[in-house]
Design a protein around this ligand. Structure first.
Ligand code: IFM
Length: 442
């Protein structure tokens, strides 16, 4: 299905997203060490032990990268400001880091791009990781200090600020599965980080709002929870996965509670008096970001400890990540957020995209599969709007091929191909298709 910007409401923001560690190059500009630098330096954590030290060298090539967004007729750019770049030890400001982000934001405005800033897309400064990172309650308030410092510098020019990107990844993926930094596999660390990451969100929201900063939100990721069978056990497994991934964070923020089926397992490990934090966590949102990629097939595993889950096999076509392509899931979450949690609050699809084993041939990349992916998810977004969800924008993940965390550089999500030897950028056919769809009549 080919859609254009005219199929969406007036003012709808089309763009692409990136994140600091994945593109900038953490070895440049006085950036401090983050837990991703040390995690990736530890054998076995990241494919090929690759790190974000150079990444796409966006630190030096940012002007060309912004030109790519503009040339594709995009309206906005979702980027993140690295805590470790702005405050290398977690507390002291690095003037070069601040200057870099000021140049970047001014560069967006010069090109007519709306800056959508994310404050935490995972560069926890190592000095704070040494003190327990997200298992330590103090980290939440250091984060609010960082939020204040960077907002004093950029807050008059950004269109929107998200506190945290994907709390589920910060907590469950990183402290229960150990797949992301800091690579812990510990249920007590998981429970604490699941709560503290929301407390950090609430503390930053309160601080920024007290400064008069408008348009504050959070970006949550969602995973369609499908049961492997009709059996009562598998249905319960899917409901539990839905609680862990999809309900914990949004219900903490909008209802002041955590799902009972998840607390059944986590309650013994939660920080003392966690209930007293729920008012701060429940700060009013100005908007909500929805990241959506795939669905997850869940089965009951009686032999495993809580949450007694194992993965089932899905039969839909899969991306290079092995993730099933399921656009209906995006419609599901957009309409569900509106219906069950946020009503008419503006929603943005802050990430949606696919990895593909793209090949550069004769100076071009043909990735029609990505174009189909993009348009089928735009169509799901359009249906969600027709069904009442107040969706205001869509950001493709990602503008560039980049550092895919524990997967290193092998998985390519970009609309633009990056050659990691020369760092040359080549727009793929999906980039050109998106640019055509976003063309304006003027
Ligand atoms: O690359 C990541 C991004 O950093 C966060 N959301 C999911 C993307 C693809 O895995």
């Amino acid at each position: 299905m080919v859609l254009s910007r005219f199929d969406f409401p007036e003012g709808f923001v089309f763009g692409a997203a990136t994140a600091a560690y994945q593109i900038e190059g953490s070895s440049f500009g006085g950036c401090g060490s983050s837990h991703w630098d040390t995690f990736s330096a530890t054998p076995g954590n990241v494919k090929g032990a690759e790190s974000g030290a150079i990444a796409c060298d966006h630190y030096h090539r940012w002007g060309d990268d912004l030109d790519l967004l503009r040339a594709a007729n995009m309206d906005g750019y979702r980027f993140s400001t690295s805590w470790a770049r702005v405050m290398p030890d977690g507390v002291t400001v690095n003037a070069d880091g601040m200057d870099f982000y000021e140049r970047l934001v001014d560069g967006m405005l010069e090109r007519g791009l709306k800056p959508f800033q994310t404050l935490y897309h995972w560069e926890l400064p190592s000095a704070l990781a040494d003190q327990g990172g997200w298992t330590n309650r103090d980290t939440c308030f250091r984060f609010a200090d960082f939020a204040e410092a960077i907002t004093r510098r950029l807050g008059d020019r950004v269109a929107a600020i998200a506190t945290i990107n994907e709390p589920w990844c910060v907590s469950w993926l990183s402290h229960f599965w150990g797949v992301h930094a800091p690579g812990q596999r510990d249920i007590r660390a998981t429970a604490r980080s699941m709560h503290h990451i929301l407390l950090a969100h609430g503390a930053a929201m309160e601080r920024l709002r007290s400064m008069g900063q408008p348009n504050l939100g959070i970006v949550l990721n969602f995973d369609y929870a499908q049961a492997a069978s009709d059996s009562a056990e598998d249905q319960k497994a899917a409901a539990l996965w839905d609680g862990i991934f999809n309900r914990w964070f949004i219900e903490g923020i909008t209802k002041g509670t955590y799902p009972a089926n998840v607390l059944e397992g986590l309650d013994p490990y939660m920080p003392a008096a966690w209930q007293d934090d729920m008012a701060l966590i429940g700060q009013r949102l100005d908007w909500l970001g929805v990241n959506y990629y795939t669905r997850h097939i869940n089965a009951h595993d009686a032999a495993a400890p809580w949450p007694h889950l194992k993965d089932g096999q899905g039969d839909l076509p899969k991306t290079q990540m092995g993730w099933e392509i399921y656009p209906d899931g995006l419609h599901h979450f957009l309409t569900r957020m509106a219906r069950d949690y946020v009503g008419d609050l503006p929603l943005y699809v802050t990430e949606n995209g696919m990895a593909n084993a793209d090949v550069l041939q004769d100076g071009a990349v043909s990735d029609d599969v990505r174009t189909d992916f993009l348009f089928s998810h735009l169509a799901a977004t359009k249906r969600a709007i027709a069904d009442g969800a107040n969706v205001k924008g869509f950001f493709y993940w990602s503008l560039l091929d980049n550092y895919e965390w524990a997967e290193g550089y092998e998985k390519r999500f970009g609309l633009v191909h990056v050659d990691y030897q020369t760092l040359a950028r080549v727009p793929k056919s999906s980039y050109h298709a998106y640019a055509r769809a976003l063309a304006k009549n003027d």
